[in-house]
Write a protein that binds this ligand. Structure first.
Ligand SMILES: *Cc1c(COP(=O)(O)O)cnc(C)c1O
Length: 373
């Protein structure tokens, strides 16, 4: 049987096992230990962030960030609509409601003009959101400057969901380091992985220490177990932090490999009528975490789903671009500022196998299946 070609799989460097072995040798098989501290420091160094706390997932990091801002029942939080559900589910954990914002075609990320207009209009009626979540999709930075400017004008704290964009830059600086807080994910399909894990970073050390406190059951400093607030069990395991340290060593290689995948696909398929690759915005470097393209069915002759199914038949996993959150049944009561761009990217968009461990042979197979259609 031929080995299936999957969308994005873990890619170990070989160095992880040394760190994991060290955790075993010292018996620090716990959500405390020296790997966690080192992973936090090395991660912050890699992206030039000031402070960071390692947690059990990107979703947990975002939940903590919203809680630290004080989001609560009845509040509204602005959020990109073209993204994975985890960008918005923590809003609902706190009893607040998401308001979604459409993408621009240029970056596929939040349209700064729509955000600005929406904030202006909300200020007039005295109904500003409590926070805004900006997603950097598929390894590409959103247009951060105008978004941050609009948020600052109305004093709305910005949280960057950089779960998919570790290694990406905006004007030379890492995504996730511009907002009040930034969150990252080390889930199995991300550019580097700890099998599961996340990180919250901020310039503000008090936010990061408060996050660490909340992630550890909000335990007061007393010799006995005393609690003045409700917290969570969100810390990362020391074993997994060891994996993270080994992965961090090869982050730049992983970015280069994913960018090479993109270039391979683009050269082989870019000239076909109706195929358009996700553009790289001129304000930054995308990691090409996933290679995404859109298929205009009239020009190409068949639609996105026909292509996806033809690939599946040959054991190649390709997936539609995220279904926008404003089109999700669970959010059908929620407001969306426009939404047509995200909707059309979803209808025509396809993500191709993009792992940093794909071989040329595998890439060639994907290309040949699509060309044969
Ligand atoms: C993966 C992902 C998350 C969630 O991260 P987990 O570590 O899986 O909880 C959040 N936002 C986006 C955009 C993601 O892709």
């Amino acid at each position: 049987m031929t080995k299936p070609i999957l969308l994005s799989t873990p890619h170990m460097s070989g160095k992880e096992q040394e760190y994991v072995k060290e955790a075993f040798d010292t018996n620090w098989i716990a959500p405390v230990g020296s790997h966690i501290d080192a992973f936090e420091q090395e991660f912050c160094q890699a992206i030039n962030a000031s402070h960071g706390v390692a947690v059990s997932s990107g979703t947990a990091a975002l939940h903590l960030a919203l809680r630290l801002i004080g989001v609560q029942t009845g509040d509204e939080v602005f959020c990109s609509t073209l993204t994975f559900i985890a960008s918005a589910s923590p809003i609902t954990y706190l009893g607040a409601k998401p308001v979604f914002i459409d993408s621009d075609r240029h970056s596929w990320n939040m349209n700064p003009d729509l955000l600005e207009e929406a904030l202006q209009q909300r200020a007039k009626i005295g109904k500003l959101p409590k926070a805004a979540i900006l997603v950097h999709l598929y390894g590409q930075s959103a247009d951060i400057e105008p978004i941050l400017k609009a948020c600052n004008r109305y004093e709305i704290p910005l949280i960057e969901d950089a779960a998919e964009s570790l290694g990406a830059t905006y004007k030379g600086r890492a995504t996730g380091t511009f907002g009040r807080m930034g969150i990252f994910s080390f889930n199995g399909n991300k550019i580097i992985t700890t099998s599961g894990g996340g990180m919250l970073v901020s310039e503000d050390s008090s936010l990061v220490s408060k996050a660490r406190f909340l992630a550890t059951q909000a335990r007061d400093s007393a010799p006995y177990y005393q609690h003045s607030e409700i917290g969570y069990n969100y810390r990362l395991s020391n074993v997994l932090a060891g994996i993270g340290r080994g992965q961090l060593l090869v982050l730049e290689e992983r970015v280069a490999a994913r960018r090479r995948n993109f270039e391979f696909y683009q050269q082989a398929l870019g000239h076909l009528p109706g195929i358009e690759f996700m553009p790289e915005a001129d304000f930054g470097r995308a990691t090409r975490w996933l290679t995404c393209l859109t298929i205009d069915s009239t020009a190409f002759g068949v639609d996105r789903d026909r292509v996806r199914l033809a690939l599946a038949k040959r054991q190649v996993e390709a997936r539609p671009v995220w279904k926008p959150l404003h089109l999700q049944p669970v959010f059908d009561e929620c407001e969306c500022i426009r939404g047509d761009v995200a909707k059309s990217l979803f209808e025509d968009g396809l993500c191709l196998p993009s792992g940093s461990n794909l071989t040329i042979k595998e890439l060639e197979k994907v290309v040949s299946v699509i060309r044969n259609i």
